[in-house]
Design a protein around this ligand. Structure first.
Ligand SMILES: *Cc1c(COP(=O)(O)O)cnc(C)c1O
Length: 383
């Protein structure tokens, strides 16, 4: 077995992955070995993860219910805390009903395997999140993958397929590129070819749209156009967990048959209470979303002035493509030496030849942070 395990270590050094230990609250400045580092890689876009009201909600939830839920939802794990959060998520997304899952990964596995099977077809963007690819594989449906946002190829594949059910699955905001799925065009195709659409809006919820309802608000689309919406609770909402929202019929189907919902322990009730508080704060403190977009605009303007190559993204995900994995690692390391942490994202997370620094912003960053980032990027990219 050791020979097999060692083969992972012997991968080329530039692809080897390690973990960084930090010992501080989740904010843009992290302490590592007692040293402060400015970070641009968290998904805590609204800066809610260390909000004092969320810490209080967590404590009160633990006092009232318990730390653990004790069982799965269909046994005795489903508390009023979970139920109230599901109601709040349905209201938030303006859908009939919502269902909690432990993680986004599990939500995707559960939904896709509940909705399609051997005689069906799934259509995936090449850049979809790994959990959607795994979900599709597990479903045993026929899988078609189209080049990123290539609507023509998608149309061609849909036309060709004679599957009983066709499910188009896409990220709302692509997690490594920061751009959006072309949902308006996909909706037209779905109508023409009688396909269903599922959107994973892990990076859009809380961030996009006039009121932060995500990519569907950005494009003014509802349940009729996109019947299945998946969202995560550990990114903009700063906590943990995930949900699926849609019609009552969809949610009931998932309660009956989504295996990652049925065969797992319900989330801690204290966590459900915390997420409910987080949804409320995201609305009450709408300045966080506005601030985030100001910072993104500030960064893009400053980067363009310095001719730092950016991608077409107006989301908090602002990748800087470096191409070669070695170069991405070297730049990431040089930034680290200057007290800035941005992880180098390398294959297989992104396609070969597109290794990058994935820069992300939080409402808790400020202009000084961004100036420091730009200065350091100019200093390291030119070497
Ligand atoms: C983060 C992410 C997930 C997984 O969500 P977790 O709750 O972290 O498991 C799924 N899809 C996309 C697009 C993501 O970015």
């Amino acid at each position: 077995m050791d020979t097999f395990l060692n083969s992972f270590r012997q991968q080329r050094a530039e692809l080897y992955r390690t973990r960084q230990i930090h010992d501080s609250p989740q904010t843009p400045t992290l302490l590592i070995n007692g040293q402060p580092y400015l970070t641009f890689c968290s998904n805590d876009y609204l800066g809610l993860a260390s909000h004092p009201r969320l810490k209080t909600a967590w404590q009160q939830g633990a006092e009232k219910y318990a730390v653990g839920s004790g069982a799965s939802h269909l046994v005795t794990g489903h508390t009023l805390a979970h139920h109230s959060l599901e109601k709040a998520l349905a209201d938030y997304t303006n859908r009939e009903q919502a269902l909690l899952f432990s993680t986004g990964y599990m939500a995707n596995l559960g939904v896709v395997t509940a909705l399609v099977g051997r005689h069906d077809a799934i259509f995936l963007d090449k850049l979809n999140h790994a959990s959607l690819v795994d979900a599709a594989l597990l479903s045993r449906a026929k899988i078609y993958r189209y080049p990123h946002n290539d609507i023509q190829t998608l149309a061609h594949l849909l036309k060709k397929s004679s599957a009983a059910h066709k499910l188009i699955i896409t990220d709302g905001v692509f997690s490594m590129d920061g751009d959006l799925a072309n949902l308006p065009e996909m909706v037209k195709l779905a109508k023409t070819y009688q396909a269903w659409i599922m959107v994973d809006d892990a990076h859009g919820l809380g961030v996009l749209g006039d009121t932060g309802r995500g990519i569907l608000e950005e494009y003014c689309l509802g349940t009729d156009e996109v019947p299945v919406l998946m969202g995560t609770l550990g990114k903009a909402f700063g906590v943990f967990g995930a949900f699926v929202a849609g019609s009552e019929l969809l949610i009931d189907t998932l309660i009956q048959s989504a295996r990652t919902y049925i065969y797992t322990t319900a989330l801690p009730p204290a966590l459900a209470e915390t997420v409910r508080a987080s949804l409320a704060i995201a609305d009450e403190e709408a300045w966080r979303r506005k601030r985030l977009h100001e910072l993104i605009a500030y960064f893009r303007a400053a980067a363009e002035k310095q001719q730092i190559p950016l991608m077409e993204s107006f989301t908090p995900i602002q990748p800087i493509i470096l191409g070669d994995s070695k170069k991405a690692l070297a730049v990431s390391q040089a930034l680290y030496e200057r007290g800035i942490i941005i992880t180098a994202i390398r294959p297989p997370t992104v396609p070969q030849g597109t290794a990058r620094l994935r820069v992300t912003f939080s409402a808790l960053h400020n202009e000084d942070h961004i100036d420091q980032l730009i200065d350091s990027l100019v200093g390291t990219l030119q070497k």
